[in-house]
Design a protein around this ligand. Sequence first.
Ligand code: ADP
Ligand code: MG
Length: 558
Amino acid sequence: MEKKQFQAESKRLLEMMINSIYSKREVFLRELISNASDAIDKIYYKALTDDSLTFDKDSYYIKVAANKDNRTLKITDTGIGMTKEELENNLGIIAKSGSLAFKSENEAKDGHDIIGQFGVGFYAAFMVADVVTVISKALGSDQAYKWESEGADGYTIVPVEKESVGTEITLKIKENTEDENYDEYLEEYRLKQIIKKYSDFIRYPIKMDVIQRSPKEDSETEFDEYTEEQTLNSMVPIWKKNKSELTDEDYANFYNEKHYGFDKPLKHLHISVDGTIRYNAILFIPENIPFDYYSKEFEKGLELYSNGVLIMNKSADLLPDHFSFVKGMVDSEDLSLNISREMLQHDRQLKLIAKNINKKIKSELQSLLKNEREQYVKFFNSFGRQLKFGVYNDFGANKETLQDLLMFYSSKDKQLVTLDEYVSRMPEEQKYIYYASGDSVERIEKLPQTELVADKGYEILYFTEEIDEFAIKMLMNYKEKEFKSVASGDLGIEDEDQAKDDSKESEHKELFEAMKEILAGKVKDVRVSKRLKSHPVCLSSEGDISIEMEKVLSAMPD
Ligand code: ADP
Ligand code: MG
């Protein structure tokens, strides 16, 4: 039987593939630059084992140049180059990755910095270009070759002159259409922007000739124009630098550059983990609440990098909801990316990192609370509500993580205190952690229900936010002490005048009956209270739901 090859309309297939892989056109530049970086890495790895080669970092770079008149964008590198065979194999066969092969051949030399692996990134160029021309001279070869293609129709290869080793890729940028703008890929500011966004931490300089203007002598309106070669990327990512070399200001600058917020960060964390999972992270606790923080529009997440290349702008899986206010980035070389390199194949690594990050943020907040209380209170005033939501939403599953970070206003200190502070100074006979709910501190102070507890000298926590009581209902207790509303029926306070009160109940039986009749349907019962000192009456509830909670619950939409 004759075996037939599948036929494919290759031009359409290539278009379908490219457009289904990448969500944004601008990533073509990320792909070409990472190939260039890989090519330089390969020379570097070769030099490690080949004594005839020296790797002098200064002579290795990537250059980007746009020419509006010709509509060309050129990306040049001084990397290892490609032979004729390599041009045919690596660029002529879709899904063939010379870099992946290089990594497995050179396993021993630790090639984990090399980015390429899928063998499709190069074709991203066809998202913005009609014609792609590659001129390359391989290391150790005398002859350079020109590979040229207009897409999947095929390609040509011819020998050409090229002096130095390396690769030069020229894209003939498409003409604008009614719906699509391609001109932007010839604009200096736009190219700078894309490079900064995706390739800022490529290890080699990405250079561009930038037009500069300076005022002509004796003139305010005329300018001299000249070009200046600029390096556009920061190269060494701040998270790979030594913590001891960095100042608070460096971190604050990074925060601003990355547009994490318009404020200054209240605190930063610089994490380097090198265990079963390896990652670096720089995280920030902002000082102010982002304007949309407590709204539906707010999106939590950290930037995710794989080996210095941006993969995702906001990876939500890296942050638990209760720490959604944290900003920053994570870089890991252990991620298995999917083909577009915009998503992950497995979330196992991500889960491990997320778990680790959760722990680190918690201990950072704990040490802030312990060592810089004023700062912590500032933090808590901004984001404390989110921690309480965290306790409530996860049905107390984050109790261990969050309970020590909570603060409530105290009747004793007249300021925010922690549960630990409350419990540690409870008199021995005090059974419960008492709280009172109300709209404001002033209002709660006037509540008749607080009198007996306060008279006993017991501290009361004032719950002024709706979420407070819901959150502690999830906690149930703290250090084995249950929470008790001062408005609840049984306060657990021994009362010496028990007998006298009972007699009062029967003495005024008729009065109570009459009051109950008048308030029928509004209250369940009218009783003598043992807790009032200066107020004649108070409202109290039975069971778990306090009056304040009832108010919130009945205001909720069904
Ligand atoms: P990947 O980078 O995932 O391997 P690409 O489609 O981006 O896939 O590139 C395919 C292959 O072409 C690379 O693996 C590499 O071998 C080769 N290549 C691409 N660009 C260059 C370059 N600038 N210099 C040397 N080799 C390159
Ligand atoms: Mg690639």
